[in-house]
Design a protein around this ligand. Structure first.
Ligand code: ATP
Ligand code: MG
Length: 443
């Protein structure tokens, strides 16, 4: 670069150090983009078909929002948030999840008032976790929220939507776990039983769990410490303490899932990492990605909007981790990105090269559904044909000075042996379509 750019000082590589990317924050390169687009495209299509509308919210929110929504004693708020003071001294946080922001948006824009909303959004989330395979500091979610619907019909439909998405993507190694957390009142009673139980076994609690015992004892059930497993297995089970309405809600959900034909397992210890859940919680997990096994998690949050100062409205939602879905999708091989061009335009000679850009632009206008790649940066015939071949184009259009002078171009199919032909420049669009139709028949 420096050599061909005489106005700039060459940059001495021994003087400047390469700037490193931020740990746990990745680039998604063109070679990997096919799988990302497959996941995002299938999700967008399906969500639209189910009547969900896209909403876009800021990546940064007031820190207070996440503290209030997610809960002070969660891992996310206690130790994973990217929080900073801006120039005006406000405490802001890079969003660690999307639900809080979407609910904030509904409240800020006066969109509640007894109305229903079926929404989705997608984008990067930020958590300061220990980076490892399937766990990053910037990761991406597709987030889906249904607000104003008490369920359990919407609970079942949302889960059915996710099951359909896995089928569309050809993802097989996932299974569904569900649980009910009941109402906050029922949970309060259960919580006391749980505290009593863990107090009686205080000496067996790890440091994290001791801390949680006071602030948020349910979270102890979510502990990933294997030494805690036995104690947790023997703890009282929330499902035994459900209030009658929550029990009914849960039974109706189970019946719907059975009627749809979605296999599930009731996991009474599924409590989820965020505090705002009530009643239905669910998680799709896989055995194909090692320790990072959750690909999609969600649940009902009937108290959240109220908790954020909005008019009390029930809601349910889930988020899926795009990196983990991409990892599942690419386990059986790379996913093709967008196809190559239909036509590669080879230009040779000074006049033809000069005329190339205008010709390509004209063809793009005349055949808007075809993809044209113009050879850029010159090169002899051999080099240009090598590029044409690598581009996977079906057809090369050849324009040399000689052809230009005669008002024609040559068309050479690249994926079959036969027939280079000539066409008048004025009739190129028709000729290209004819040859491409013939090529398609031969492929
Ligand atoms: P985990 O138990 O793996 O930490 P979580 O319960 O914290 O997940 P949620 O907050 O519910 O996850 O987020 C929903 C989904 O986002 C998860 O199921 C997972 O697929 C994905 N996810 C969460 N944290 C990360 C991360 N740090 N890196 C990549 N994906 C993530
Ligand atoms: Mg987590």
């Amino acid at each position: 670069m420096a050599a061909s750019c005489p106005d700039r000082e060459p940059v001495g590589s021994e003087l400047t150090q390469e700037i490193q990317p931020v740990r746990g924050m990745n680039d998604v390169l063109p070679a990997e983009i096919g799988a990302w687009q497959a996941v995002e495209g299938a999700a967008r299509e399906l969500l639209t078909a189910y009547g969900y509308q896209e909403i876009r919210i800021p990546v940064v929110e007031r820190t207070e929002l996440f503290k209030r929504a997610i809960g002070e004693y969660t891992d996310v708020v206690e130790k994973e948030m990217y929080t900073f003071a801006d120039q005006g001294g406000d405490s802001l946080t890079l969003r660690p999840e999307a639900t809080a922001g979407v609910m904030r948006a509904l409240i800020s824009n006066g969109m509640l008032r007894g109305q229903r909303h079926k929404l989705w959004c997608a984008g990067p989330m930020f958590r300061h976790e220990r980076p490892q395979k399937g766990r990053y500091r910037q990761f991406h979610q597709i987030d889906v929220e249904a607000v104003g619907l008490p369920g359990p019909d919407v609970d079942a439909e949302l889960i059915a939507l996710t099951a359909r998405l896995w089928r569309r993507l050809g993802i097989e190694r996932v299974r569904l776990e569900i649980n009910s957390l009941g109402t906050p009142e029922a949970r309060r009673v259960y919580r006391e039983k749980l505290v009593e139980y863990f107090r009686a076994h205080h000496e067996r609690l790890d440091a994290d769990s001791r801390r949680r015992l006071e602030g948020n004892p349910l979270r102890i059930l979510d502990s990933k410490n294997p030494e805690m497993r036995e104690l947790i297995e023997a703890a009282p089970v929330l499902t035994d303490h459900l209030d009658p309405q929550s029990r009914e809600h849960f039974q109706a959900l189970c019946a719907s899932l059975e009627a749809i034909g979605i296999p599930f397992r009731i996991n009474p210890r599924l409590v989820r990492g965020l505090d705002y859940y009530s009643r239905t919680v669910f998680e799709w997990i896989t055995d194909a990605l090692g320790a990072q096994d959750a690909v999609c998690s969600g649940g009902r949050y009937d108290g959240l909007i109220d908790q954020l100062g909005g008019e009390s409205t029930p809601g349910i939602g889930f988020a899926m981790g795009i990196e983990r879905l991409v990892a599942l999708l690419t386990q059986s091989g790379p996913v093709e990105s967008v196809a190559g061009p239909d036509v590669y335009i080879v230009v040779s000679g000074a006049q033809a090269t000069a005329a190339g850009v205008a010709l390509a632009e004209r063809l793009r206008t005349e055949l808007p559904n075809r993809r044209f790649e113009l050879n850029l940066g010159g090169g002899n015939f051999k080099a240009q044909f090598r590029r044409a071949d690598r581009s996977a184009a079906a057809l090369a259009l050849i324009l040399g000075d000689d052809e230009l002078a005669r008002g024609v171009a040559s068309l050479k199919p690249l994926r079959r042996e036969t027939g280079q032909s000539e066409s008048p420049l004025s009739n190129l669009a028709v000729a290209i379509e004819a040859v491409l139709a013939g090529s398609a028949g031969h492929m």
